[in-house]
Design a protein around this ligand. Sequence first.
Ligand SMILES: Nc1ncnc2c1ncn2[C@@H]1O[C@H](COP(=O)(O)OP(=O)(O)OP(=O)(O)O)[C@@H](O)[C@H]1O
Ligand SMILES: [Mg+2]
Length: 498
Amino acid sequence: MEHDVLLQMTDICKEFPGVKALDHVSLTVKRGTVHALMGENGAGKSTLMKCLFGMYNKNSGQIFLEGKEINFKSSKEALENGVAMVHQELNQALKRNVMDNLWLGRYPKIAGVMVNEKKIYEDTKAVFQELGIDVDPKRIMSTMPVSQRQMVEIAKAVSYNSKIIVFDEPTSSLTEQEVEHLFKIINMLRDRGCGIIYISHKMAEILRISDEVTIMRDGQYVATRPAKELTTEEIIRLMVGRELTNQFPPKTNTPGEVALEVEGLTAQYSHLKDVSFNVRQGEIVGLAGLDGSGRTETLENIFGIATRHSGTIRLHGKEVRNRNARESIKNGFAMLTEERRATGIFGILNIRENTVISSLKKHKKFFWLREKTMREDTQWSIDAMHTKTPTQETKIRSLSGGNQQKVILGRWLLTEPEVLLLDEPTRGIDVGAKYEIYQLIIDLANKGKCVIVVSSEMPELLGICDRILVMSGGRLAGEVDAKEATQEQIMTYAAKYV
Ligand SMILES: Nc1ncnc2c1ncn2[C@@H]1O[C@H](COP(=O)(O)OP(=O)(O)OP(=O)(O)O)[C@@H](O)[C@H]1O
Ligand SMILES: [Mg+2]
């Protein structure tokens, strides 16, 4: 079947102070297709979409929707004219309920409260039913996990009956089942003749869901190919501009004495039960398991941001209580949380402030902070991860999503922790930058630190860990040596208590 052109973006340019974000980029999306947009962190994917969606004013270039030139001045105008977008950073009214979030701006309001509650409720129900989403329309947003909030955002985009729907890294916080669900929704939209623009760093997803792939590099258009003709290697080559021979750096760390002992860890408010394990100095231990198996809870209980029911934690033979994050940091622990955008980023602060905020003690001299060392530490972090930013004074919120993550990771590395807890450290990070992060993790182990990594990507765990603990139903289900283990072995353990 021939697909006609639905959206045509030609020669789009966009500059920010000190950054040429888009340099004559073109994109053609056909009706009834899924078009993937790929490129390294900071390549310009989100910016291109924000120009389409009326959030940014392009400097030059043209956009045509069904042959008619468009130039939306606001996202409201875009939505009303058939273009919807699910954002990389969720921006929801967390204190309001689900249905308010879905229809905000579309229903008349009196004193900030939407009138006709009943119709809004019914309409929400109808949309959710059509999409197979099981969420109470009256639930307050802040009480829901990010993944469900993401599904609400997706439902909202779909509810506008748009011709073009942009998904900017929609799956980074979704569980496996939710990803399947989203793919069903996307296929349904494609069958209806929508044009879907899909941004993701996950190769397997791209190759599975998309019909065509456009690749960008450094704000420029590189190529558009049918997905069928592409392989992961080819995509990487086009994205990075060179062959990427090794996915993982050589493992040079040698585990020593036992340093961290976790015994009988049981959570107060989750199903985490009786988790016991040790981590040696200089050892990288992976936590594998399905979504909801207790991996994140284990880290949160160790770090004191979830309430422990019982269990003890010892570091170098001495019991540590870690009752809250502040106490844990003092005891030499650091944790990169899964919900970084919600808990980790101080949007109005600049890169340097965001980088040093957890290691300020180090920079204190009498009553003031030493500018020079803060500068040096920040530069180290920028260089180590190749963070793409014009200056250290740039506000973190003007960085691309992946580059924001690098800043937060750098922040924790700079606290020089004895124990580093990493929850999905490479989520939203492009393939090239992943390598740098693996190298940093191995370097830390080389310095004798204990590292615990949670990841849903099994090859990643097998590639960088010494040992992998597999969780299932809130308990430890097995342990494998990363050098010899296979994915099948891990999967078997992961299914043990399900
Ligand atoms: N509001 C802004 N102000 C200043 N610079 C910006 C702004 N938005 C984006 N940029 C810059 O434009 C470039 C492209 O960023 P963009 O967010 O489009 O990247 P991306 O391809 O979406 O990356 P990622 O995969 O990390 O999400 C980056 O260098 C970024 O710092
Ligand atoms: Mg982006």
